[in-house]
Structures are given as C-alpha cells and as structure tokens.
Design a protein around this ligand. Structure first.
Ligand code: ATP
Ligand code: MG
Length: 511
C-alpha cells in the first residue's frame, strides 16, 4: 500500500529525494562546470559533511581540495565538452590512486539535461565505483593468459571445434601436427582433419553410453590427415563440452605416434636380431659338435662301403643296396660339410672388391648350369663401381644360395633379377635378388632364417642356406632382409657398408 500522504509532497521535493536516494555519487553541473547540486551519496563518499560546494566548479574542488581523497580532476579527459557538443551521454573510466596508495577505478557518466530550445542546460555527472569489476576483469584476463600459456606450451596437440565443426581453438602443437596455422584452420571443417567417416565415428563413440563416461572418449588410436594430405597415426582423447546441459563444442588432445612407432619397430627389429643371433650361436655350437661326432663314423662308412663296392661284381644282388647306402652316406657327408660351414667360428677374411664382380662370379660358380635353362637372368648392375670390404668367399656362398632358392621358388622357369645399387649419403651398398616365384607364405616369414627350416623335400634342402646367410651378413656388418614377397615373387635384400675409396687406393688392384 502506498501512503497517500506521499502524494501530497510536492514534485520538486520528490525529485530531490530521488536525487539523494541514488546509490551513485551524483552532481548536477552547469555547462561552465559550476556545481548546482550534489546528492547525499556524493557528500558522504567524499566526507564533505556540510561543506559548501554548490557554486564552486567541480575542477576547483577535485583538483585543489586535498581533503577530497577519492576524487581527482580528470582534466583533459573530461567528457563534459563532448556532452555539450553532442548532447548525448558520454562516459570515461578513470583510475584514482588514493592517498593510502590504493587504486580504485571509477566510471564517470555525463548526461545532458536539455532546455526548451534543445541547448544543454545542465549536465548530470554520476560516479560509479567499478574497482571490483576492474579487479575481476584483471583476474579473468590473467587466468585467460595463463590458460593460454598452458595450452600453447603443451607438447600435445589440442584443438576444439564448435557444434558445426568449425575450429575455435588450436594450440601451437596442433598447428605443427595438422600443418595449418590457427588462422587457416578457421576455413577448414573438423571432418577434413580425418579420413572419411572418422570424425562422425568419434562423435558416435563420444555419445555412446557404453564407451567410457558419456561425452568422454578414452585414449584411442586413429589417423589424422594433415594439410599435405598425409595420414598420421595419433593417440587421441576427446570430450564434449556442455553448456547448460547442451553440447556446445568438442575438444581433442592428440599425440603423434610416428616417432613412438618407429622406436617400437626398431626395438622389435633389434630384439629379433638379438634373438636370431643368440639362436644361431647356440645352434652353431650344437651343429659343430654333432658334425664333428658324425664325421668320423661317416668317413669309415664311406671308406669301407667304397672298398666293398670295388670288390663285388656289378650284377651282384646286393650291389644296388650298397649303392643306396653309399649315395645316402654321400648326402650325409654334404650335410656334415654344410653343418661345419654353418658353425664355422673363424673371423671373416676381409677383401676389398667390386659388388658387380661378386654378382658375376657367383653366377659363374653355380656348377649345375642347367638349373638356369628356362630362367631369364637380368643383371641390373649399378654403373658406378661400388666397393665393399667383406669376406668375398662367404658372400659368394650367400649369393649362390639366394640364387638357388630363387630358381627353386620358380620351379625352374621365370625371371631372376640381380640388382646392385648404393645409397651415397648413408654409404650403403645393396644387392637385390628377385624372382618371379611363388613367394613365401605369411606363416613361414618368421621361420625362414631359422636353421633347418625348409619346405623342400627330404634330401633337397637342409634349411641352412638363409640362416647361414644371416650369420655371414652379420659378421660382415651387413644385413639380410626380405624386401618383398607375394604373388609376384620374392626380393631378398643384402645391405653392406660401402667402402670409401681414397685416391691412392684407386691404383691398387681390386677384385
Ligand atoms: N626366393 C624364395 N622364394 C620362396 N621361398 C623361399 C625363397 N627363399 C627361401 N624360401 C623358403 O625358405 C626356406 C629356407 O630357405 P633356406 O635357403 O634357408 O633353406 P633351403 O633352401 O630349404 O635349404 P638349403 O639352402 O639348406 O639347401 C626354403 O625352404 C623356402 O621355403
Ligand atoms: Mg637354400
């Protein structure tokens, strides 16, 4: 209920009461800055009590009266003149340093009161203390800057997109990973950063209640596509950012897996090599022992068997059986010879020779030339003479085995390609032996370098060729690997350190 006596009060008094009730310190000024009135809040705020300020200019009291601690004249920044010209509200933010050294911020708003002819008759100046707001603004801006620094210094790539998939945030690591600057990324949709369908799949998983917490995607491996169109494997986590319960954006954190995968691969290779070397070494010792033990009885079997063969007639009923015994004993002799070669513990003899010569000599050394009858041989040899420093005889043995393996795989007909080349910068020399044979089945790939692994019929292969080759290459600081195997055939790659030739060396004879 409104008290009816309040309506009796005359209007001028009402206005004065409203003026005093305003929560902002307020002055009414004449255009020449003379103070016409100051409200209660203004007097209280400035401890003015009953001091007379009406009739003085605001400039005189703000600048000269040292007892007015809160206020200072804003001098050239005073917008009063602009109010007179524009006849519109004008404001200015002013920083005061109080006598106690505190900083406070004040917004001074100047509003014109127009006369009958539209001229500015009075100006209301109200002062608002915005110190708290300013402090909050500063705190907010400090926090923002800090978060920005954390984001930018993160080694993980961080990116956020709005609901339409437009990029709204990209840190430095994300710029490096995706290859876009944060500015360029504004023109790319998030879907373009993934192979087709992957972005949608990620969103589906994010919303799936059965995968982690809704709106969060636990660490997942995916591929992203950078600006050059390259697919890069990454490990990512993602989250939906909600505002008032509604999806507002998505954010993702990405870690490039390329380096980790390369290290992992190298580690696996090293482990494999170590495993293979250990296996070869222990098998070598075993083979040497067995071969040695068998060698003596075998020598007597062959000796006495041959003596017997000489003594019995050609048409003797036991002659055929004796021939079988001698044939198999010969085969055993070959196996023993191979075993002894395999387990050889001598250090390789070093020769400096041309890689191309090694290829030609190995081909020449294959005794059973009719093996090549239906095989086309392509010699794709490097024009530059590539020098290596290794045991030539051992490498010949390796190459012969690879060539025979290739011919076996082609069952006698196909194309055998022998290629030599080098990597000048890495100082590596290469020989490739390629065939158009049946290829090595996937399940045998991890076994072909194992001693005694063979798919050849009994008596044809001992399964020592590749494992010997492995050991020989290792001893000669090289490597043997399967470069390709599949329906089109197999390519075995030999890698050796290239010998760097010095000038005086050129005049020496090289094999
Ligand atoms: N070029 C090739 N194409 C297809 N399979 C191959 C090839 N080279 C080797 N292999 C497979 O690897 C196995 C092992 O080869 P490795 O040279 O060690 O022994 P082998 O040829 O069977 O016998 P050995 O060489 O002792 O006479 C072979 O039996 C064959 O199954
Ligand atoms: Mg072989």
């Amino acid at each position: 209920m409104i008290d009816s006596t309040e309506f009796d009060t005359n209007e001028t008094e009402w206005r004065l009461r409203v003026f005093d009730a305003l929560s902002f310190p307020t002055l009414i000024l004449k255009p020449d800055r003379t103070i016409l009135a100051a409200n209660k809040k203004f007097l209280e705020r400035n401890n003015l009590g009953d001091r007379k300020i009406v009739g003085r200019t605001c400039k005189s009291i703000f600048s000269e009266d040292q007892s007015i601690k809160h206020l200072a004249c804003i001098g050239a920044n005073c917008p009063l003149q602009r109010v007179l010209q524009s006849k519109q509200n004008q404001s200015v933010v002013h920083k005061n340093i109080t006598a106690d050294g505190d900083i406070n911020w004040e917004e001074r708003v100047f509003s014109p009161i127009l006369g009958e002819n539209g001229e500015v008759k009075y100006v209301i100046e109200s002062l608002r203390d915005i110190t708290k707001i300013k402090h909050l603004e500063k705190k907010y801006s400090d926090i923002r800057q800090f978060i920005d620094k954390v984001l930018q210094s993160s080694v993980s790539a961080i990116m956020a997109a709005d609901r339409k998939g437009e990029i709204i945030l990209m840190n430095k690591a994300a710029e490096d990973l995706f290859g876009y600057s944060a500015h360029d990324a504004n023109f790319v949709n998030i879907e373009d950063f993934y192979p087709p369908g992957v972005a949608r799949e990620i969103m589906k998983k994010l919303r799936d209640k059965n995968i982690g917490e809704t709106g969060k995607l636990p660490s997942t491996q995916v591929s992203i596509i950078n600006k050059n169109g390259e697919q890069i494997p990454v490990e990512m986590t993602a989250a939906i950012i909600y505002e008032d319960g509604l999806e507002a954006a998505t954010a993702g954190i990405f870690n490039d897996l390329r380096e980790r995968q390369a290290v992992q691969k190298k580690l696996e290779e090293t482990e494999n090599q170590l495993f293979q070397s250990e296996k070869l070494a222990s098998l070598g010792r075993l083979a040497a022992g067995v071969a040695h033990e068998i060698n003596n009885p075998l020598t007597s079997i062959l000796l006495y068997g041959n003596l017997m063969r000489e003594k019995i007639e050609e048409n003797h009923p036991l002659a055929v059986n004796l021939d079988y015994i001698l044939e198999d004993a010969e085969r055993c002799k070959d196996i023993v010879k191979n075993l002894l070669a395999y387990s050889r513990q001598t250090r390789p003899a070093k020769d400096v020779f041309y890689l191309n010569n090694l290829v030609s000599e190995s081909l020449r050394l294959i005794r059973d030339q009719k093996l090549f009858m239906n095989v086309k041989i392509i010699k794709d040899l490097d024009d530059c003479q590539i020098l290596v420093n290794a045991d030539k005889n051992q490498l010949c043995q390796v190459l012969i085995n690879l060539i025979i393996n290739a011919i076996d795989a082609m069952e006698g007909s196909g194309t055998l390609t022998l290629r030599t080349y080098r990597d000048r910068e890495a100082h590596k020399a290469y020989i490739e032996v390629s065939d158009t044979g049946s290829g090595i089945p996937q399940e045998n790939l991890s076994k072909v370098f194992d001693p005694f692994f063979t798919t050849k019929e009994v008596g044809k292969g001992t399964g020592l060729g590749l494992s010997m080759a492995y050991g020989i290459l290792e001893e000669n600081h090289g490597k043997i690997s399967i470069k390709y195997t599949g329906p089109e055939g197999t390519t075995i790659l030999l890698e050796l350190p290239e010998e760097l030739i010095s000038d005086e060396f050129q005049f020496m004879s090289i094999g």
